[in-house]
Ligand binder design. Structure first.
Ligand SMILES: Nc1ncnc2c1ncn2[C@@H]1O[C@H](COP(=O)(O)OP(=O)(O)O)[C@@H](O)[C@H]1O
Ligand SMILES: [Mg+2]
Length: 288
């Protein structure tokens, strides 16, 4: 009887020990699982970080690719336009001298008018060539002191703004030190853009404000406001929203104004392009 009780007791102890061992193994497994989970989380985080780095690197490569493509395009445009400009200059010079010869004869008013129309068209082509070349290469400034209103008038007479666009000049009889031909290219671009933006009719207001150290020229046009995403890209070479645009106009304006040690900025509502040119440009150019 006593022997039997001892055996039962031993069995009970064995079962309990077995259970304790099982629990210990289970706890050990849970610890292992938790450890592996943490390891896995660390690895997942590392993969995520590497993914992000890979994405940044891919983006950088894409930006560099786009820049390379753009600079390749720009240098192709440069070569092509220099060639075209060179080829067009000689026939234009021939037309100009033929016009001069024709105008030495006694002409009827109508004939003279027609020749003047041809003369203006030739000037327009010449300024288009200058405009393109000014984008392609920075020719040195030919500085003069002149009236801003004269440069504006010369620009307006060379471009054909629709009659429905009303031009208003405010305080433009101000002397400025600049390269008038280059400033005319800037005005040509700004006025043409304004005309495009207003499509058929609107107001083009040109105002000069004299600061102590600089002349500030504001070119404002009515019409739709410039969307924010367009506003931030205006001066980027080749950026255009027009079907037949080149996207070279405003970047060429910025090149020219930077050459004048000045700035050109744009704001919306209303659309205003603001040019600032230092009054001491001559001494800046001399020192350079
Ligand atoms: N006055 C303006 N009003 C609204 N948008 C303008 C104006 N001037 C320029 N822009 C915008 O800036 C872009 C770039 O102008 P520009 O460099 O002159 O090239 P392009 O006239 O060939 O498009 C235009 O396509 C247009 O979207
Ligand atoms: Mg333009």
């Amino acid at each position: 009887m006593k022997k039997q009780t001892v055996k039962k007791h031993d069995n009970l102890i064995n079962t309990e020990q077995e259970q304790i061992r099982k629990i210990a193994t289970k706890n050990n497994n849970i610890e292992k699982i938790n450890f592996l989970k943490t390891e896995l989380e660390i690895a997942a985080n590392q993969i995520q970080m590497q993914d992000a780095e890979l994405e940044t690197a891919t983006n950088r490569i894409q930006v560099q690719d786009a820049e390379m493509e753009k600079s390749a395009k720009l240098s192709a445009i440069g070569l092509l336009s220099s060639q075209i400009a060179h080829d067009l200059r000689s026939p234009l010079a021939i037309i100009e001298s033929a016009l001069w010869l024709l105008r030495q004869n006694s002409l009827t008013e109508e004939q003279d008018d027609k020749l003047q129309v041809i003369g203006r068209a030739v000037n327009k082509m010449k300024s288009e060539i200058d405009r393109t070349l000014s984008f392609v290469r920075n020719t040195p400034l030919e500085i003069q002191t002149c009236l801003i209103s004269n440069i504006i008038q010369s620009t307006l007479s060379n471009i054909n703004l629709p009659k429905s666009i009303k031009v208003k000049t405010i305080n433009c009889d101000v002397m400025i030190v600049c390269d008038p031909k280059k400033l005319e290219i800037v005005f040509t671009n700004l006025f043409n853009n304004a005309a495009d933006a207003m499509s058929k009719s609107g107001d083009l207001i040109i105002e000069v404000i004299e600061d102590q150290n600089s002349n500030i020229i504001k070119v404002q046009n009515s019409g739709p406001t410039i969307p924010k995403d367009v506003l931030s890209k205006l001066f980027v070479p080749l950026f255009t929203t027009k079907q037949n645009g080149t996207g070279l106009g405003l970047s060429s304006c910025r090149n020219i104004i930077t050459q004048h040690a000045g700035t050109i900025t744009a704001s919306s509502e209303p659309t205003v392009f603001t040019i600032e040119i230092p009054k001491n440009l001559a001494s800046i150019v001399e020192k350079a």
